[in-house]
Design a protein around this ligand. Structure first.
Ligand SMILES: [Zn+2]
Ligand SMILES: [Zn+2]
Length: 343
């Protein structure tokens, strides 16, 4: 994850300045749909020589090991439970869904830099890797969905697609050639490049954890004027506001790679097995309408039918109303009609 590549402007110097800076080929798959889980091997760049990515595996295991503490009276909090969907919306839907995904990966809308960086920084607080790495992996996923070398297709195994792929080195994802090919526009941005080097984006995650814990402590202190109560509030805010919220957002996001390529309905004929999964459509505030998304990746609107609630898109529309978001890519109805499976 500690990338040591240099930016290059050789092939397309204007890439960053274009509203649709993502080359069309990253939105196109060339192969036909595959059959089912286990039907293809893992990517070729994952083999016996691949090392275990302890830097991903250890936090994942440690965070999950803290789950039983949630049931102890000292830690349990209904307010904490209630915060999960709120934190999921704030850090994951705005940070990952709107920021990392619809904006940085697909350039589905435009906004001022300060707003783009705000969304990306919220994304870093979801501990789902750096903006550059996330976009790189996801662009490869779109180009090769459910085929080699899709980094996380359930066709190579359900567990693999959900979380397994994050724990084993995929040498292709670390090569400078791939970074140059799939993430050149983001590498040219000084903020993302700075965050990428030495894994600095992790410091953002740690800082936000500290801030949330401190707010909890101060809140408890103001309520009670008592150190032990303040400490308990700090612990609860840390556990629910950071740890459990992060676990929750990890799994709902990972489910888009696993469940939303296996279970659900299809509105469109696409060359992979993407599905509209209502459960994860709701839990991710729109990302789970994944078949719609694969049918029209540039569109910032993932919910296409009236019941496909897409709160992330609704948020973008509100931002558009107040003028901090513009050029929102809407579903291309002409192209989608050709792929439509519904009458
Ligand atoms: Zn997909
Ligand atoms: Zn996408």
């Amino acid at each position: 994850m500690t990338l040591q590549v240099e930016t290059t402007t050789k092939s397309n110097p204007n890439l960053q300045d274009q509203p649709s800076a993502v080359p069309d080929e990253f939105h196109t798959q060339h192969e036909k749909a595959t059959s089912g889980p286990g039907s293809i091997p893992r990517p070729k760049a994952v083999d016996k020589r691949s090392r275990i990515l302890w830097e991903n595996l250890v936090p994942f295991v440690v965070f999950h090991a803290l789950i039983p503490l949630a049931f102890f009276p000292y830690v349990f909090s209904w307010w904490g439970v209630a915060f999960l969907p709120i934190g999921n919306y704030l850090f994951c839907s705005l940070g990952i869904g709107a920021g990392y995904h619809r904006l940085l990966t697909h350039r589905g809308f435009q906004c001022p830099k300060w707003f783009e960086y705000t969304l990306a920084t919220l994304g870093m607080c979801s501990l789902q890797d750096s903006p550059i790495r996330w976009a790189l992996v996801h662009r490869i996923h779109h180009q090769h969905s459910d085929h080699q070398p899709d980094p996380h297709t359930p066709m190579a195994g359900v567990f693999w697609s959900h979380v397994g792929w994050m724990f084993v080195e995929n040498r292709e994802l670390d090569s400078a050639v791939m970074y140059d090919r799939y993430a050149r526009d983001l590498l040219k941005d000084p903020y993302y490049f700075w965050m990428q080097r030495g894994g600095r984006w992790v410091l953002v995650y740690l800082a936000h954890a500290l801030i949330i814990t401190a707010i909890g402590f101060v809140f408890g202190w103001l309520q009670s004027n008592d150190l032990s109560t303040a400490t308990r509030f700090g612990v609860q805010w840390f556990m629910w506001g950071v740890i459990y919220r992060t676990i929750f957002t990890w799994h709902v996001t990972a489910a888009i790679n696993s469940a939303a390529h296996l279970w659900g309905y299809r509105n469109y004929e696409t060359r992979e097995n993407s599905r509209n999964n209502w459960l994860f459509g709701i839990l991710t505030n729109g990302e789970g309408w994944h078949n719609n998304h694969h049918a029209d990746p540039r569109s910032a609107r993932h919910g296409h039918r009236w019941w496909e609630l897409d709160l992330t898109y609704v948020t973008l529309c509100l931002c558009e109303r107040i003028g901090i978001v513009w050029n929102v890519a809407r579903p291309n109805r002409t192209q989608l009609e050709r792929k439509s499976l519904v009458g």
